[in-house]
Design a protein around this ligand. Structure first.
Ligand code: UD1
Ligand code: CA
Length: 481
């Protein structure tokens, strides 16, 4: 989180513009709902504004408003929204916002919903520079200013006007200082200036940027202060979406490394903004940790693992694993090539080994499923071992059924446990068994055909074959007679 101090420049209102179509995304989804690092573009922007403690925050919605409003109702239920039916420009959008907010005096912060890299400090910079002035705009110097509005300064270096890329002269196009789309305004002067907006530009829209030129022409002072190039990146297409993702990824990784997380190769690590890590977590190559995941201290994740909505308790080891909605207990080990699905709970010291898939299954403390097994819809006690290639046969073709395996049980290799089933504490099953009936505590269950040897079958049916010759040469052959 950003340092506090927000109170000193606390805005009366924050207005977030998110009504545009986002045509350049070529998507059925509204632009501001596209996600990077686990949050929508809009949520990243709102996270930057929230420490400002504005009295009111209002999001202007329009295109895809149902989707945007539904999303906001889930993530920011106290937020206000207002609808801009026709996208007549950023100035028009702010007019609608001010009308919806009603009586307002003091600083108003305006920004776009498509700039996910802005920090709270950037916004505070725009607000603190407003003091004593009519408006303040956050700018940046870009290596490639293409597409952005250009900041035109006068002889004394003060802001004169903002010219949109499409409306700029050849000389203005050479300017590299651009408008970030973040502004702080005095509410009253903003309202008056918006009333004077015209649409005499290449897009026939009411540009919010023209408010600054209007204020200047009326003799008001307008501040223009620069932040870093990286922070103002606006996402207009999917290329810029990926660029924003890369920047956020590095920021998040840096934050965690400074907080005590080891990352062997941060360039191949993706941690959602929503994830919690603890000091002394080690993350190896090619790891993504997403959603509501939590990884506790002493755990090692990777290489080649994806954890989604997964909790790994202290000192867990997770290798080459895909996990979604699982809880991995303290000191538990998972992998390699393991697939944990929703409802999997591994107890302390438990093991889900190579080529094991688990779903809706509770594996008790120190219990092990070491190899090649499917465990679905099961409760397994403590200290139990599930032999290699065991299948919890949970599906009868129509419904799922539950299997309960007690503590200190030994399930033999290649056992089919046909649910519903209860295996009592301390029971054993013979390897290769198909278990269809409950097994009492302490019993050995054998559910397979008895073996029978047809003596000399190979010599009769495959005479002269290599197998037959080998058999004849084997001393044990004589003994079998
Ligand atoms: C805008 C600025 C430009 C600045 C750039 C920074 C204007 C005229 N131009 O250009 O100077 O360099 O941002 O990223 O303001 N929106 C509405 N209603 C509308 C139009 C837009 O709500 O009628 C919203 C969009 O959803 C978007 C934001 O306003 O979130 C900016 O609109 P966009 O079309 O992306 O403007 P840019 O061309 O990027
Ligand atoms: Ca934009």
């Amino acid at each position: 989180m950003e340092p506090s101090g927000a109170q000193t420049n606390q805005p009366a209102a924050v207005i977030v513009l998110a009504a545009g179509a986002g045509t350049r995304m070529k998507s059925t989804k509204p632009k501001v709902l596209h996600e990077v690092l686990g949050l929508t573009l809009l949520d990243h922007v709102l996270n930057a504004t929230s420490p400002l403690n504005a009295e009111k925050t209002l999001v202007i919605v329009g295109h895809g408003r149902d989707q945007v409003q539904e999303h906001l109702a889930n993530t920011h239920p106290t937020l206000l929204t207002a609808v801009q039916d026709q996208q007549n420009g950023t100035g028009h959008a702010v007019k609608i916002a001010l009308d919806a907010l009603g009586d307002l005096s003091g600083p108003v912060l305006v920004l776009a919903g498509d700039t996910p890299l802005l920090t709270t400090s950037d916004l505070q910079l725009a607000l603190s520079n407003l003091s004593g002035k009519a408006a303040s705009v956050l700018t940046a110097h870009l290596a490639d200013p293409t597409g952005y509005g250009r900041i035109v300064r006068n002889a004394t270096d003060g802001l004169e006007q903002i010219v949109e890329h499409r409306d700029a002269s050849d000389a203005q196009l050479l300017l590299t200082e651009v408008n970030s789309g973040v502004y702080a305004f005095d509410a009253e002067l903003l309202r008056k200036s918006l009333a004077k907006l015209k649409t005499d530009n290449s897009q026939g829209e009411q540009y919010l940027t023209d408010v600054l030129g209007i204020l200047r022409s009326e003799g008001f002072e307008v501040a223009a202060v620069a932040t870093t190039e990286e922070n103002i990146l606006g996402v207009n297409d999917r290329r810029q979406l990926a660029d924003a993702g890369a920047v956020l990824r590095n920021r998040i990784n840096n934050e965690w490394m400074f907080a005590g997380v080891t990352m062997v190769d941060p360039s191949s690590v993706w941690i959602d903004r929503t994830v919690v890590l603890e000091p002394d977590v080690t993350i190896l190559q090619n790891v993504s940790i997403t959603g509501s995941s939590i990884v506790r201290g002493g755990s090692t994740v990777g290489p080649d693992s994806s954890l989604h909505d997964t909790v790994a308790d202290h000192c867990a080891t997770v290798v080459r694993t895909t996990s979604n909605g699982a809880v991995i207990g303290e000191g538990a080990t998972v992998g390699p090539y393991t697939y944990l699905r929703p409802g999997t709970v591994l107890g302390a010291g438990a093991k889900a080994g190579g080529f094991v898939e688990m779903k809706n299954a509770n594996l008790g403390a120190n219990s092990k499923v070491p190899h090649l097994s499917y465990v679905g819809d099961a409760t397994i006690g403590d200290g139990t071992n599930i032999g290699a290639a065991t299948v919890f046969v949970n599906y009868d073709g129509q419904e799922k059924h539950h299997t309960h395996v007690g503590s200190h049980v030994r399930i033999g290799s290649d056992t089919m446990l046909v649910a519903p089933l209860v295996i009592g504490d301390g029971a054993y099953t013979a390897a290769g068994s198909v278990i269809t009936e409950d097994v009492p505590a302490g019993s050995m269950a054998v559910g397979r055909a008895r073996q029978r040897n047809i003596v000399d079958w190979v010599l009769r049916r495959r005479p002269g074959s290599d197998s037959a010759k080998a058999a004849l040469a084997d001393s044990s052959h004589k003994n079998s007679k």
